[in-house]
Design a protein around this ligand. Sequence first.
Ligand SMILES: Nc1ncnc2c1ncn2[C@@H]1O[C@H](COP(=O)(O)OP(=O)(O)OP(=O)(O)O)[C@@H](O)[C@H]1O
Length: 340
Amino acid sequence: MISVRNLEKVYGSGSTAVHAIKNANFEIEKGEIFGVIGFSGAGKSSLIRCINLLERPTSGEVIVNGTDLTKLSTDELRKARRKIGMIFQHFNLLSSATVFDNVAAPLKLNKAPKEVIRKKVSELLEVVGLSNRAQAYPSQLSGGQKQRVAIARALANDPEILLCDEATSALDPQTTESILDLLLDINKQYNLTIMLITHEMHVVKKICDRVAVMEEGQIVEMGSVLDIFSSPKTATTRNFIRNIFDDQLPEGFLERMQHVPGSRIVRLTFIGESTGHPVLAELTEKYHLKPNILFGHITQIKDTTFGYLVISLTGEAAVLDAALKYVNERGVRAEVIHHV
Ligand SMILES: Nc1ncnc2c1ncn2[C@@H]1O[C@H](COP(=O)(O)OP(=O)(O)OP(=O)(O)O)[C@@H](O)[C@H]1O
């Protein structure tokens, strides 16, 4: 659906040049929700704006449905963009137009007949839950409602792709949830491909299938959200995950553990069905170990349950090795995070 190859974006030139995107390569499948996460200045906005050529890449290809957008004429690009909707952090609505007219704007631009516009706008306002606010002006709406109008407007030309530029960053947590639910609904209803950029791991966890982590213009990690959560490779990714659940051992804890030589601190990671395995009971029953639970967390990553438990185990090395091997074979990942 979307294929980005060797994408580079450099702003300016000479000593003041900013290399905002460095050799980005990724594919997004039809119907997928693909997230890009990174700290401020990582290059996320530049990247998403290169997908519809709001920002022209310095080099590289942006292939959408087999066509390299960077090779199109202005007129061809305008047509191709109709299939790529976009929403923004600050909604970008026309303040002097009603909700109805905001949603109708792209259709009017395409010279759609009045009756077609009326029908389409009513249908879209129904989808975003704003049928009763058609004659309101943006200033009379809450942030969440404004983003709903922006979503309806982005859907007006039946796009195949929706680009979301920090679409929930200006919203409170509860409103964020409802907008993310709406994005999930329209993704299913229209088999819409969604690419979003965010600095909140919560957004990625709730709706994305895959995620790319960006740092200083580079994609430093990419994969399914579950894989990224269960085995983050870079410090940046671990930092983002820690905003959701902190798996750092409290200070002073390891010092106290020094009094229990031969013990190991183990993180057990449970994904999907494995969350139902009674592994602690099995460690006691089969290996006569007494796991000490230090802390744990369970959450939902899109449609899958994901949890971890940090425990300490004390015993003979050979018994601990066998016990951890057994746990791994049961589909629960066991990693020793500290040896005492
Ligand atoms: N139009 C521009 N001209 C010059 N430099 C730019 C321009 N737009 C972005 N940059 C620079 O490119 C780099 C990446 O910026 P970008 O806005 O893409 O990052 P970001 O990850 O989206 O950050 P934020 O979350 O703060 O929006 C930054 O160093 C930024 O200053």
